[in-house]
Design a protein around this ligand. Structure first.
Ligand code: NAD
Ligand code: IPM
Ligand code: MN
Length: 358
């Protein structure tokens, strides 16, 4: 029995809808296990731009840092796409990750057996099992490297971004991956582009050196283009994938669809102690926003990750995952994971079913 301070960042598009369902599930966990979750909402993304002129108000950073954990819906949408890049909604998300020092992004892609039919892969491939953990570096690489911008060179404009990693940034994300592998099947696949990029050559060298501290973990390497192909050819070959910011962004969306839908994949963003930030890996889905169509399970499963990783509430986290599994066994499906004969349910209905199960 304890009290926890949780900061909710609903954001834009389907963000507020899925967060309402996450709140319902969190409150139910509180009731059942006798915890008090004190939720404070703060502004981020387009919602913050509309209210304050910028995507990440200082008050939001302060509230997040003063919380035990942060849960985020999604940011962005066509309404804000033409803004100067420095104040786009996405900058709010990148800014809060940086401000909280969240360099490690854990994205576990696991196929619930009930969703075999929602998976696009051949049955014999699915039978081998899909349980991949993408460990994505989150506060460096091409997303943050300098120089960056659009400038004029030789009379025409050039766009510039820089992929840069310092040894300490590589070492600390490698450690997270090796530690994660120890709790799983003991295998790490490092994904880079060391055949072409100097930054990847250093990345691989540091990952190999760090592996010396983890003799019990088996390390392999793969180029990112091959990894993108292998992930759908035979995902069962992967346990933990460790990779940089951009490659991890792309590969985790790819991994999500082999689990049935991007609406199923949660994530944890962690630093060196301090509050963690939890969020579904998908975006604000403007095409279905406000229609009660979004799948809230990625966000609800992110609540489970939050309870487990930051609050140390393992039984509570498992209870949420079991409830999700039970609702899927009962045949309830949002549109993105629909299959013939299943029972259709909307965003709010799905949240209610999970809460009931709890
Ligand atoms: P998206 O993830 O928002 O949507 C891609 C597709 O997946 C859409 O067809 C959408 O309807 C579907 N989808 C996503 N989440 C779903 C859910 N929970 N249930 C059912 N279907 C779901 O990606 P996008 O369209 O490339 O980006 C839309 C906006 O979101 C952009 O502004 C982008 O910058 C932003 N974005 C934000 C985040 C984030 O906040 N973490 C992540 C990705 C994209
Ligand atoms: C994600 C998103 C973000 C990213 C964007 C919205 C900044 O795609 O969380 O995967 O690229 O990290
Ligand atoms: Mn992404």
């Amino acid at each position: 029995m304890a009290t926890y301070r949780i900061c909710f960042l609903p954001g834009d598009g389907i963000g507020p809808e899925i967060m309402t369902q996450a709140r319902r599930v969190l409150d139910r966990v509180g009731e059942r296990f006798g915890h008090t979750f004190t939720v404070t909402e703060a502004l981020i993304g387009g919602a913050a731009i509309d209210a304050t002129g910028g995507p990440l108000p200082q008050a939001t950073i302060d509230t997040c840092l003063a919380s035990d954990a942060v849960l985020l819906g999604a940011v962005g949408g066509p309404r804000w796409d033409e803004l100067d890049p420095s104040i786009r909604p996405e900058r709010g998300l990148l800014g809060i990750r940086k401000a909280m020092g969240l360099f490690a992004n854990l994205r576990p892609a696991r196929l619930f057996s009930q969703l075999r039919k929602a998976c696009f892969l051949r049955e014999d491939i699915v039978e081998r099992g899909i349980d991949v953990m993408v460990v994505r570096e989150l506060t460096g690489g091409l997303y943050f490297g300098e120089p960056r911008g659009i400038e004029v060179r030789d009379g025409e404009r050039v766009g510039v971004n820089t992929m840069i990693y310092a040894e300490h940034e590589i070492r600390r994300i490698a450690r997270v991956a090796f530690e994660a592998a120890r709790r799983r099947s003991g295998r790490v696949c490092n994904v880079d582009k060391a055949n072409v990029l100097d930054v990847s050559r250093l990345w691989r060298e540091v990952v190999v050196a760090t592996a010396a501290d983890y003799p019990d973990v088996q390390l392999s390497h793969m180029y990112v283009d091959n990894a993108a192909m292998q992930l759908v050819r035979d995902p069962s070959q992967f346990d933990v994938i460790v990779t940089g910011n951009l490659f991890g962004d792309i590969l985790s969306d790819e991994a999500s669809i082999i689990t049935g839908s991007i609406g199923m994949l949660p994530s944890a963003s962690l630093g060196d102690g301090g509050p963690g930030l939890y969020e579904p890996i998908h975006g604000s889905a403007p095409d279905i926003a406000g229609q009660d169509k979004a799948n809230p399970l990625a966000t609800i499963l992110s609540v489970a990750m939050m309870l487990r990783h930051t609050l140390g509430l393992e039984a509570e986290a498992s209870a949420i995952e079991d409830a999700v599994s039970g609702v899927l066994s009962d045949g309830w499906r949002t549109g993105d994971i629909m299959e013939p004969g299943a029972k259709p349910v909307g965003c709010a209905g799905m949240g209610a079913k999970v809460a009931e199960r709890l």
